[in-house]
Design a protein around this ligand. Structure first.
Ligand code: SAM
Length: 228
């Protein structure tokens, strides 16, 4: 039973990988059953360790402050990435879709405080460098893909064993294994997502949310084209 968690989900958690169970978290108060309330800038993700196959964040990461000073200095964004790592199963996936540098839309919203560039995730949270470890990051991710979709930078990363983060042989194996998985699993995933997108298209007005669903489908399609 695959489980997915959508951070900053608003009123409807997204489930782009078609997991069997889906949950959401938001700071809002008008939340439904499968959505828990938390301020993810300062509070932990309210779920146990290694529970989720997928964690997603659509138009959310840019709202998390990088640093807070009261009551003491904290690296909020790094702490949140530790939390994402903690609640993901080994080999679980994190998907972020955020307006990013150098697009003007990344800056124009006055509530955007965390401007991501194409190098933020690979350099600071990627297994090769883990630059955020100097700020308290205790995980490691393998970046699977990054693509621009208009103003949004879509990033998909896989949780990897931090004890082996610097082990080149392990990384090589993980990459080979991942490529094999993509080849084997992508057709099914693509079919499921396209079916989901079609239903969403019929039911939803044109919106940023729909764009994101559509974009994920597009990415999978592109990956499939590349892999075969
Ligand atoms: C731009 S909306 C995106 C909503 C949804 N993900 C979507 O794609 O339609 C940002 C969401 O993040 C939530 N949010 C902002 N700051 C938050 C925080 N510190 N903790 C939890 N949720 C937060 C907001 O309440 C809002 O629902």
């Amino acid at each position: 039973m695959a489980k997915t968690l959508d951070l900053g989900c608003g009123s409807v958690p997204k489930n782009p990988f078609n997991a069997d169970e889906f949950y959401g978290i938001d700071i809002r108060e008008d939340l439904q059953n499968n959505i828990r309330q938390a301020d993810l800038a300062i509070e932990p993700i309210p779920f146990e360790n290694e529970l989720f196959d997928f964690v997603t964040a659509y138009d959310f990461i840019e709202h998390i402050p990088r640093i807070a000073y009261i009551p003491h200095q904290r690296n909020c964004f790094v702490e949140l990435m530790n939390e994402v790592y903690r609640v993901l199963k080994n080999d679980g996936y994190f998907l972020s879709c955020t307006p990013a540098f150098p697009r003007a839309e990344a800056f124009q919203d006055p509530t955007h405080v965390n401007i991501i560039t194409k190098r933020t995730f690979p350099c600071y949270f990627g297994w090769r460098s883990r630059w955020a470890s100097m700020y308290g990051f205790n995980g490691a991710f393998l970046v699977i893909m990054q693509e621009w979709h208009g103003q949004h930078l879509l990033t998909i990363m896989k949780k990897v064993d931090v004890r082996k983060a610097y082990d080149a042989a392990y990384a090589r194996e993980a990459t080979i294994e991942l490529k094999a998985k993509l080849r084997k699993g992508n057709i099914d995933l693509l079919k499921k997502n396209l079916a989901f997108i079609c239903v969403a298209f019929q039911k939803m007005p044109f919106s940023a949310s729909f764009n994101c669903f559509f974009n994920v489908g597009g990415v999978l399609y592109n990956t499939l084209k590349t892999e075969y």
